[in-house]
Ligand binder design. Structure first.
Ligand code: PMP
Length: 364
């Protein structure tokens, strides 16, 4: 038999299995999860809902009840909502349905690396419009120009890993400037302080080519349940429904998500607390010599610190704290991304940085 790689789809042949590099640590602030978990009241309801799941039956393919709940949350019709096995599946399905054949996808790095990975796997060509190297703001003029003939243009707001928000007025302008689709990825929008930062979902009436992506993984503490959703025009939702694996969203996750969405308002106190923790962590870290902290509208902070990779290792090995090392990513030299956790987790991060920054150059 030939080398297996030679038998593979050319766009997949160079890929390696995804390795999240999970290391057992006391404090995991590497994946932008919600350290608070669910409020106890919601957790109890979730457990009851799980007890009612009929596991011998296939799940409802389109998660009708969950879809209905999400639609009414946004004042939309059910046909404008589709649920996926995490936002990741919906991003993949967007490229599967609308990409291929070298279709042009535009993104704004540094940003979520999954876009390029999945776009290329689906045989799209990715054009980068780099963000401002200092502020990480989108280069609006360049993006409007690049988007004109693109199939899909992606704006992540707040952006991962920079925490940068993009004004809604610009997203609306972008939708008008392209014949293709605009994906507004709002995985972290709950941390951006609505109503001052309203969702792009409010533009759906005026922007028929807009696709808004949200997830329950972050603010709603359901990363393990794998529930994401798209809000878009019915024709776009139908296209996504046509390419999806019918049973990708299992019955257990549907039941949990229905409860979480119904009880969504009960997450408001912990979301507010995370925003408060973010402010404290940012100001504590900014006091430290040599550290740069960017403003963030998400549940993480991007920081620049000399010898970032070594600092990342010391955080892990000496302090049992895992953060995400972005120092090898273009545009993010010496950058680490720290998820905002509970107050004691944030305090441990600050203590650890103080300790590491007190080391002499030759001790690093
Ligand atoms: N978009 C962005 C910008 C993200 O950071 C993430 C999670 N890392 C996702 C989408 C997808 O999240 P999930 O698949 O957990 O819904």
């Amino acid at each position: 038999m030939r080398d297996v790689r030679e038998l593979m789809r050319p766009s997949a042949a160079a890929l390696e299995p995804y390795d999240p590099k999970f290391t057992p640590v006391s404090i995991n602030l590497s994946a932008n999860e919600n350290s608070y978990g669910m409020p106890v009241y919601v957790y109890d309801k979730v457990m009851r809902a799980l007890g009612d799941v009929k596991a011998n039956r296939y799940p409802d393919p389109l998660a009708t009840r969950l879809r209905g709940r999400l639609a009414s949350l946004y004042g939309l019709e059910s046909g404008q909502v589709i649920v996926g096995n995490g936002g990741d599946e919906l991003i993949f399905n967007l490229f599967l349905a609308f990409g291929g054949g070298g279709a042009k996808v535009v993104d704004c790095p540094p940003t979520f690396s999954i876009y390029r990975l999945y776009a290329e796997l689906c045989e799209c060509t990715v054009a980068d419009v780099p963000r401002d190297p200092e502020t990480f703001a989108v280069d609006e003029d360049a993006l409007l120009a690049e988007a004109a003939d693109a199939r899909i243009t992606i704006v992540t707001s707040p952006n991962n890993p920079t925490g940068t928000l993009t004004p809604l007025a610009f997203i609306e302008e972008l939708c008008a400037a392209t014949d293709g689709l605009v994906l507004a990825d709002e995985a972290y929008m709950e941390f951006a302080g609505a109503p001052s930062a309203p969702s792009a979902a409010t533009l759906l009436d005026r922007c028929p080519n807009l696709v808004v992506l949200r997830t329950l993984s972050k603010a709603f503490a359901l990363a393990g349940g794998r529930i994401g959703y798209v809000l878009a025009a019915p024709a776009i939702v139908s296209a996504l429904a046509a390419v999806r694996q019918p049973y990708s969203v299992n019955s257990f996750s549907q039941a949990v998500a229905e409860t979480v969405v119904r009880e969504g308002a009960r997450f408001a106190p912990t979301i507010a607390e995370l925003c408060e923790n973010r402010g404290i962590l940012a100001s504590e870290l900014a006091k430290l010599d040599g550290l740069t902290v960017w403003p963030s509208s998400a549940n993480f902070l991007l920081v620049r610190v000399p010898h970032a990779h070594r600092v990342w290792e010391l955080l892990r090995d000496e302090h049992s704290i895992l953060v995400r090392d972005f120092s090898a990513t273009p545009g993010l030299a010496d950058c680490l991304r720290i998820t905002v956790g509970r107050p004691e987790e944030c305090a441990a991060v600050v203590e650890a940085f103080i300790d590491i920054l007190s080391l002499k150059e030759d001790e690093l």
